[in-house]
Ligand binder design. Structure first.
Ligand code: DAH
Length: 340
């Protein structure tokens, strides 16, 4: 064997490859077209044939050895780079740590619950798929009354009427029918209406219902409770205004407005230049509703209210399009950080 081949074989075996740069100089020296192995192949072409044969075999073995060494060293370097680098601890949490955030409607719901719980209100729940009686009839909506028109919804079955509830007032009925007064409860939940979807209306949204039934509950209790709520929710400076209104299930009825948070009463496009923004409907529970639930209106009186969570959230955070709440756009949602 040509002594040069033996010596190159030793060099291949002993070449230290620790970095990418080492690998590259190894490649240039032994593998590339200009390397030592190639030049011996060139030399061989000029040799006599019996020499050529012998030399050819040893050179091919050398070439194979050099290439194998290259491949193993290259793989080892790649594996090292992806795993065993000493200063990376793969057990640490990912940076940045994306934990998500609370939905703004939930933040508002939790705040509403917190305020009323401190006044002694429980949280109650009721079904979203409801029958006509709980959603309308028991709430003193006479059949064919125009008040039903304003709350068109989605019917699961037409006869008997099974529908998606149009308001959380159905829970008032379930509560009063199934338990004995006194009651002091709020009832948050999702409601549905057959509405054209726009920046101000959707076919589903959220409400919080409130109900207080006891002996001697009067209109002053209603007003003071909602005034307290408005100040807690929107700030001490907030004023409230009660406007006479109509709901079949309350008598008298009032719409609750708060002084506009944006212009403080001066007039702006949020309050439509009136200085006031509506936040809830309310009133004294109609005697027919109490009777429908087996409660004697001579003995008990009560007030009720219902407010839209979307509306309050829009006022709280100056959001001008209600569709944002259900579009799941992370750029919108991640702006709401819970205060833990
Ligand atoms: N249920 C009414 C609605 O969805 C809101 C409401 C008004 C609820 C007055 C009440 C109430 O409890 O007393 O439009």
């Amino acid at each position: 064997m040509d002594p040069r081949i033996k010596s190159i074989e030793d060099q291949v075996n002993n070449f230290l490859i620790k970095t990418k740069e080492d690998l590259e100089s190894y490649r240039l020296q032994f593998i590339s077209k200009k390397g030592v192995v190639s030049s011996l192949f060139d030399e061989m072409k000029t040799m006599a044939s019996e020499h050529k044969k012998q030399m050819g075999k040893s050179l091919n073995d050398l070439k194979q050895l050099a290439e194998e060494r290259f491949k193993t060293a290259q793989e080892a370097l790649e594996n090292n780079a992806s795993t065993a680098s000493a200063d990376v601890d793969l057990t640490l949490p990912m940076i940045p740590n994306k934990t998500g955030s609370q939905h703004p409607l939930n933040l508002t719901r939790f705040r509403i619950i917190e305020i009323f719980e401190r006044l002694g209100f429980n949280v109650e729940d009721g079904p979203e798929i409801e029958n006509d009686w709980h959603n309308f009839t028991a709430l003193n909506f006479p059949e064919n009354h125009p008040a039903r028109e304003m709350q068109d919804t989605f019917f699961v079955e037409k006869n008997p009427d099974v529908l998606l509830r149009t308001h959380t007032s159905n829970v008032q009925i379930r509560l009063m029918k199934n338990r004995k007064p006194p009651f002091r409860a709020i009832m948050p939940g999702r409601v549905y209406r057959n509405e054209a979807i726009s920046a101000r209306a959707h076919c589903f949204f959220h409400q919080v219902e409130g109900l207080y039934v006891d002996k001697n509950v009067g209109f002053a209790d209603l007003k003071q409770t909602l005034y307290h709520f408005a100040k807690e929710m929107f700030g001490k400076e907030t004023k409230i205004r009660l406007r006479p209104s109509f709901f079949p299930f309350t008598e008298p009825s009032a719409e609750i407005d708060i002084s506009c948070l944006i212009c403080h009463g001066k007039g702006c496009n949020v309050c439509k230049y009136s200085g006031w923004v509506e936040i809830a409907g309310s009133g004294m529970v109609h005697p027919n509703v109490l009777r429908n639930c087996g409660i004697d209106p001579e003995e008990y009186t009560g007030f009720a209210f219902g407010m839209g969570i979307e509306r309050i959230t829009m006022l709280r955070y100056s959001i001008n399009d209600l569709r944002l709440f259900s579009e799941n756009d992370i750029r919108f949602l991640k702006q709401f950080k819970p205060v833990i």
